[in-house]
Ligand binder design. Structure first.
Ligand code: SF4
Ligand code: ZN
Length: 309
């Protein structure tokens, strides 16, 4: 078998990106990855060097890689870790210790929000005692994370919230929403969501990288991340959709990026016109926490917390 050579220097390649017919050695891959990230940030006007950026970190390869790159590129980024108290496989413990190791090594600022300390219950307690959980904690988890990310950004004057979503995540979400033709969700899917009254600006600078590309980046940069997925993701629909997309991609390289780029082009042409913008529906302010809500009094998060009392 012939060893693939780097397109730029002819040294042995460490990665071959079949969808773009590009093979690169370690140092040219890192250069390429940083250049692509900056290009996306500029093209979508995502962030500037004067922004105060809060990055949601999970301890996984994507969020830690994004923190590393943004810091290298000179952006001011603090991390937020929401500890959900998941004891299965010591998941929360292991995730937090990966993040703390990273933060200590690079002297970064980390905000830890521990739901057991703040709310008095773990994710499992909440999902077992509320209707919303119904045995699966993901819906409760999503609600807590959304609420806390927005609340902490607002209280601590961050003007941008960044997340490490990669192309595989975006494609799985799009696929899921097209299966149900959920037009409000489809039309709101974007690498940048502008701030609206009560919602901070949200950006996803890694959205054009395949998952194997962010993995390669983290390994080459020697970033110690948690390899295990959350134990509750086993058998989830998003994992199933990722498997389907991986299968298509292996038969036809470029499927994922073409699917997502075609979606963005259609979105630009107004194909997914939506008269029911999610931000327009959140017209009221929660009487307890002050966050935007569709409900007349308490937001879904505060209602859930009330029901625990
Ligand atoms: Fe939360 Fe884990 Fe479910 Fe993801 S898989 S939404 S981290 S509980
Ligand atoms: Zn509220």
């Amino acid at each position: 078998m012939t060893t693939l050579k780097c397109r730029h220097c002819g040294n042995n390649a460490v990665i071959n990106m079949r969808h773009s017919k590009l093979a690169l050695c370690e140092s040219h891959y890192i250069e390429w990855f940083h250049r692509q990230t900056e290009k996306v940030i500029k093209k979508y006007n995502m962030i500037s060097h004067s922004d105060r950026i809060l990055l949601a970190v999970s301890g996984g390869k994507d969020s830690l890689s994004l923190w590393y790159i943004l810091t290298e590129l000179g952006y001011k980024v603090d991390g937020l870790y929401i500890n959900l108290g998941i004891t299965e496989d010591d998941y929360s413990l292991k995730s937090q210790s990966c993040i703390e190791e990273f933060v200590n090594k690079w002297e970064l600022n980390l905000i830890v929000y521990n739901i057991q300390n703040e709310i008095g219950y773990s994710l499992i307690d909440i999902s077992q005692s509320t209707k919303r959980g119904a045995g699966r904690p993901c819906s409760v988890c999503g609600l807590i994370k959304r609420h806390e990310k927005n609340q902490i950004s607002d209280e601590q004057n961050f003007n941008v919230l960044a997340t490490g979503h990669n192309l595989d995540d975006e494609v799985a979400t799009l696929f899921s929403n097209t299966l149900t033709w959920s037009i409000p969700m489809i039309s709101n899917q974007s690498p940048v969501l502008e701030a609206t009254d009560g919602f901070v600006r949200k950006v996803k600078p890694l959205f054009r990288f395949y998952e194997r590309e962010t993995t390669a980046y983290a390994i080459i940069q020697n970033i110690q991340y948690i390899y295990e997925e959350c134990p509750f993701s086993k058998g989830s629909k998003s994992i199933q959709y990722k498997h389907i997309m991986n299968d298509l991609e292996s038969k036809q390289p470029g499927t994922k990026i073409n699917y997502f780029t075609s979606f963005q082009n259609a979105q630009k042409k107004g194909v997914f016109q939506n008269n029911d913008q999610i931000s327009d529906r959140y017209k009221n302010k929660c009487k307890s926490c002050g966050q935007p809500t569709t409900a007349p009094d308490l937001c879904a998060y505060c209602r859930m917390i009330e029901s625990l009392k």
